[in-house]
Design a protein. Structure first.
Length: 107
């Protein structure tokens, strides 16, 4: 019976940590860059796009496709950074728990 009570305590503790981590991720802002910094994108940890900065030198009609590609690349860079931070926070939170390899949190 003690094991079950201890396990329930750990579950509640992990739930509180998970809620805290989700709040931190929601407040997180990351910046992705491409084209050597000519295009930068700011987004939240939840993937909401907050802003785009484009160097004026890219505002040429013949370079529209390049600009489009740079925006997509900057967004991917920001998304990758946000996912990296989330993975690190999850790893810290679940340290020492017997979670199967490859299981992704939060669920």
């Amino acid at each position: 019976m003690r094991d079950i009570m201890g396990m329930m305590g750990k579950v509640k503790e992990m739930q509180a940590k998970m809620e805290k981590m989700q709040a931190e991720i929601a407040a997180l802002e990351v910046e992705g860059k491409s084209g050597g910094g000519l295009v930068s994108v700011t987004m939240t940890g939840k993937g909401e796009l907050k802003g785009i900065k484009i160097d004026p030198s890219l505002f040429k009609e013949e370079e529209v496709e390049i600009l489009e590609d740079l925006i997509v690349a900057a967004h991917k860079d920001a998304k990758d950074k946000a996912e990296s931070v989330m993975a690190e926070k999850t790893k810290e939170m679940t340290a020492g728990l017997p979670i199967p390899p490859g299981m992704k949190l939060p669920f």
